[in-house]
Design a protein around this ligand. Structure first.
Ligand code: GDP
Length: 472
């Protein structure tokens, strides 16, 4: 019905054209994108699809350049377990509060803002590690401007160090290296730098462009110079936002509190969020009833790069959901309920992510011209050999890219990375870890495991050449 109206033709005509093409539907049935494209083509129309977010983004006005003001950087700390991420976050949290500011940071709300001695501010997401980072990206949210990569000087570059590098690079977020634990006797920063260089991370001390500081999170040594480097890097990025407009932000934490209802931490990314504002957040909506900062102080408004706890959601949003302030409460409700309905239908209708089996069809539809792969193998040599061979399968229509190649069982983090970069996971002599299969099914990520390298290469090649039958 809607399609007929949009094309200004009779509904019966659309239905009969569809019938002639082997599609049966009624007037109020929702069609999928392929069906709409085919039908519209019959009537000489070209279709341009807008996703639900664009619908809202349409409401969000573009900023005029003269309205933009500098905003502070949002930083995530990543690195291998036990290399000192939490210690560094804690040191920065306790030491770098403005002189005279009462209390320090008392609440864990998922992020905090610090003011340095020179008066400049920066915001840290305080869920260390790349899980949160990638989970957010999997939902299309990019909140981090900069990554601090922590590597312990008394250890070495570890699998999670490499993962963190790949995650940051996939998100195109600049890295600043913090070589930690330099107070330890066994500390060998030079070794770390050369190992990082092997991973393509060339630090300044090695003639590269990536800033690197030797720190001790435990003693606080050089943490101030590390933060100075963050400032330099963020200055280069010329981060800007317009504080004088309706807020747009991202949900970075959400929980149900017995007394207060839904409590969500929002990182404001543009505009200023104020008490009383009406908003839509993912599939839910609401009105800001009260806001609190990480010092548990009530605040009336929160500007760009500021994290705040927000009360007033009608329902719990999901981490990574975008929050958009609207002028009209009814509009907010309508958008939220429309999204719920759309999502219900979409999960029935189509796969979000690419699978090897539907690759050929989607290539033919022009939906895909890039095949991203996450490669996991039992030993490093195989991961490399397999990656090299897969890269060479690129052809005129599709470029193959390896988002991450690593050693070990297929993990939740691999699935989240695949979801974030719309990739297929190829496992050689490895299987998904416990529970990972289920997560992959929920995220609709295709995991393919092989015990012969040749089979893996041949199957991907067949899919790229359109020879793989859709059932396989
Ligand atoms: P995370 O797993 O990366 O968050 O690492 P943690 O911050 O929990 O640190 C792991 C261990 O290393 C803890 O026992 C810390 O006390 C210790 N540690 C962290 N930073 C330093 C440091 O700069 N020097 C020393 N000697 N120990 C550190």
């Amino acid at each position: 019905g809607d399609l007929a109206e949009a094309m200004n033709v009779n509904v019966a005509e659309v239905i009969s054209k569809g019938f002639a093409m082997g599609m049966m539907f009624s007037i109020n049935q929702r069609l999928d994108a392929d069906q709409i494209t085919l039908l519209a083509d019959e009537f000489d129309f070209e279709v341009e699809f807008m996703n639900e977010d664009e619908e809202v983004l349409d409401i969000i006005e573009e900023d005029e350049p003269e309205d933009l003001k500098p905003r502070s950087a949002v930083v995530t700390i990543m690195g291998h377990v036990d290399h000192g991420k939490t210690s560094l976050l804690d040191y920065i949290r306790t030491e770098n509060v403005v002189a005279g500011e009462a209390g320090g940071i008392t609440q864990h709300i998922g992020a905090y803002e610090v003011t340095l001695e020179n008066g400049r501010e920066m915001t840290f997401l305080d869920t260390p590690g790349h899980e949160a980072f990638t989970a957010m990206r999997a939902r299309g949210a990019q909140v981090t401007d900069l990554v601090i990569l922590v590597v312990a000087a008394d250890d070495r570059v570890m699998p999670q160090t490499i993962e963190a590098i790949n995650h940051a690079q996939a998100a195109e977020v600049p890295i600043i290296v913090a070589i930690n634990k330099i107070d330890r006797e066994q500390a060998n920063p030079d070794k770390i730098m050369s190992e990082l260089a092997e991973q393509g991370v060339q630090v300044e001390q090695y003639g590269g462009k990536i800033q690197c500081e030797l720190v001790s999170a435990l003693k606080g040594t050089n943490v101030d110079s590390l933060l100075e480097k963050v400032l330099i890097e963020s200055d280069l990025m010329e981060l800007q936002a317009n504080p004088d407009r309706n807020a747009v932000g991202t949900v970075i934490e959400a929980q149900l509190d017995k007394g207060r209802g839904v409590v969500a931490t929002i990182l404001v990314q543009n505009g200023t969020l104020k008490v009383g504002d009406v908003f839509v957040g993912g599939m839910t909506s609401g009105r800001v009833r009260a806001m609190f900062d990480e010092r548990d102080q009530r605040v009336q408004e929160a500007g760009p790069s500021t994290p705040v706890q927000v009360l007033g959601f009608n329902d719990a949003p999901e981490v990574g959901d975008r929050l958009v302030v609207l002028d009209d409460e009814r509009e907010a409700r309508e958008i939220a309920s429309k999204r719920v309905q759309l999502q219900r239908e979409q999960t029935m209708h189509q796969r979000r992510h690419v699978t090897l089996a539907d690759l050929s069809r989607r290539m033919a539809m022009g939906e895909i011209n890039m095949l991203n792969l996450v490669v996991k193998a039992d030993v490093g040599g195989s991961a490399e050999a397999l990656s090299d061979a897969l890269l060479k399968l690129s052809n005129d229509e599709v470029a193959v890219d390896i988002v991450h190649a690593g050693v070990g069982a297929i993990s939740e983090s691999d699935v989240m990375l695949a979801a974030a970069s719309n990739a297929i996971i190829i496992g050689f002599q490895v299987r998904p870890g416990t529970g990972v299969r289920t997560i992959a099914e929920n995220e609709e990520i295709d995991i393919r495991t092989y015990s012969v390298i040749y089979d893996a290469i041949e199957e991907v090649r067949a899919a790229l050449e359109g020879l793989l039958s859709p059932e396989s």
